[in-house]
Design a protein around this ligand. Structure first.
Ligand SMILES: NC(=O)c1ccc[n+]([C@@H]2O[C@H](COP(=O)([O-])OP(=O)(O)OC[C@H]3O[C@@H](n4cnc5c(N)ncnc54)[C@H](OP(=O)(O)O)[C@@H]3O)[C@@H](O)[C@H]2O)c1
Length: 288
């Protein structure tokens, strides 16, 4: 999702020549494949968007792909980029944190992964730094993008609205006590490009990047808050129906992976990021 957004925006940029590879063309778990590509392309920067992202399946003990891609794959990229003096940027997640902190997590907070996906991502961050000390790690959360091919919360809500008859919205249950910040890929892609342009300034660093929550009275966005805003902004909100959507607790939603109750990222102070509602508006301006 993020890779597609980045390529759509910047493929034709005038500053960098971009070479992009999907999994079929370059499997990051294969050290020699990466070495060969690096030899052919001779890049100045490796920007890694690839990941194993199935949080629930990662819980299965036989799901070795989670560690193969999210840990070994990143270790390969870090080692090769260091050896060849190439800058290395990789994307991580708010899920490296637990749910103890009810305010937000800054870059200074220490990760405490509590399930398999986070644990692999935590090791990923460690190996990125261990094997290429110049690595730049960008942690983000709750991505969405306009293309319906990609599974994300905004698309899921819009699809549900289309599928369900209005009276059936009563059946919809949305978690109201789990909080994180939504992030529109468009905004993050722009910022990643800024990092590329000023790479010397950003080497070594870990950054938090997610859409800002600027409402002083409500610093937390739950799934329910986000859904409500999606219905409101997409003009699908008919009050009596939305009131019928049932709020549930995260403990009532059965899934294999335990996801954090609070994983709100405090953004890096060097970055100016707009409010999540403004980005949602921009999203709807694009798709409606
Ligand atoms: N989505 C979110 O809400 C979210 C939140 C926080 C952080 N992030 C992080 O942001 C980054 C991008 O996420 P995303 O949502 O854009 O992910 P995505 O849509 O799932 O894309 C990941 C890509 O990696 C590819 N891939 C998987 N294994 C690979 C391998 N061995 N070698 C090369 N490529 C491989 C996948 O290919 P196939 O599809 O063919 O398997 C897919 O194209 C990830 O690091 C993710 O952890 C995402």
């Amino acid at each position: 999702m993020l890779a597609s957004e980045f390529l759509e925006k910047f493929w034709d940029n005038e500053k960098f020549q971009i070479f992009a590879f999907d999994k079929k063309e370059l499997d990051i778990t294969k050290f020699s494949e990466i070495e060969k590509k690096v030899f052919v392309v001779q890049p100045d920067i490796i920007l890694n968007f690839s990941a194993y992202t199935n949080v629930d399946d990662a819980e299965d003990i036989w799901e070795w792909l989670n560690f193969a891609v999210n840990f070994d794959g990143v270790e390969n990229l870090a080692k090769i980029s260091w050896k060849n003096k190439i800058d290395f940027i990789t994307i991580s997640t708010d899920f490296v944190f637990d749910w103890e902190n009810e305010n937000w997590y800054s870059e200074k907070d220490f990760p405490n992964p509590t399930n398999q996906y986070w644990f692999a991502k935590f090791l990923w961050e460690k190996s990125a730094k261990e094997f290429n000390e110049n690595s730049i790690i960008i942690r983000t959360s709750w991505l969405y993008w306009w293309w319906k091919k990609f599974k994300n919360f905004v698309n899921t809500m819009l699809n549900l609205w289309e599928k369900l008859e209005k009276w059936e919205l009563k059946k919809l249950k949305i978690i109201a006590d789990q909080f994180w910040n939504p992030t529109y890929c468009w905004d993050l892609a722009d910022w990643i490009f800024k990092v590329l342009e000023n790479i010397e300034k950003y080497r070594w660093k870990i950054f938090h990047f997610s859409n800002e929550i600027s409402d002083k009275n409500n610093k937390k966005i739950s799934w329910f808050d986000f859904a409500e805003e999606i219905f409101l902004q997409s003009w699908k909100k008919i009050w009596e129906n939305v009131w019928n959507i049932k709020k549930i607790s995260v403990s009532e939603y059965k899934r294999k992976a335990r996801t954090p109750k609070f994983s709100i990222l405090k953004n890096n102070s060097e970055i100016k990021i707009w409010d999540w509602k403004i980005w949602l508006k921009k999203y709807f301006e694009k798709i409606l």
